[in-house]
Design a protein around this ligand. Structure first.
Ligand SMILES: [Cu+2]
Length: 132
């Protein structure tokens, strides 16, 4: 009976040691999925964007990769959104309100920003952000 108990203790200790090894191994292995790691430039680029049915002004903005983009988006009339799929931005803008928010330009490229409400995008609420 006592021997069985000792065996159980030994197995438990072995399991703890092995799980420690496994965790250690995982920490050492580089993640196979590429995570977007923006190189922060430390710069903040500020823009004021006007939204109304059915236009977004200005229609183009340009920033550098790693910039923090600080936007104040103003709805001149009804409910809109400011959305950039590739950069994970999707901010609702209440009717007649202004909203200030930030995001990091985490990848280079040319992306569309648009309003996701109803068919506003198709009706002209679209612009282009270039991250260079
Ligand atoms: Cu809209």
């Amino acid at each position: 009976m006592q021997n069985k108990f000792l065996v159980l203790i030994a197995l438990f200790a072995l399991a703890v040691v092995l799980s420690g090894c496994i965790n250690y191994g995982q920490q050492q292995t580089p993640s196979p999925t590429p995570t977007p790691t923006p190189t922060p430039t430390g710069e903040v680029k500020e823009f004021t964007i006007d939204e109304k049915a059915f236009a977004i002004t200005p229609a183009t903005i340009t920033v550098n990769e790693g910039d923090t983009v600080k936007l104040t988006v103003i709805s001149e009339d009804i409910q809109h959104t400011f959305t950039i799929d590739e950069l994970g931005v999707n901010e609702p803008i209440s009717a007649g309100a202004a909203k200030t928010f930030e995001f990091v330009a985490s990848q280079k490229g040319t992306f569309k920003y648009y309003c996701a409400v109803d068919a506003h995008r198709a009706q002209g609420m679209e612009g282009t952000i270039t991250v260079q």
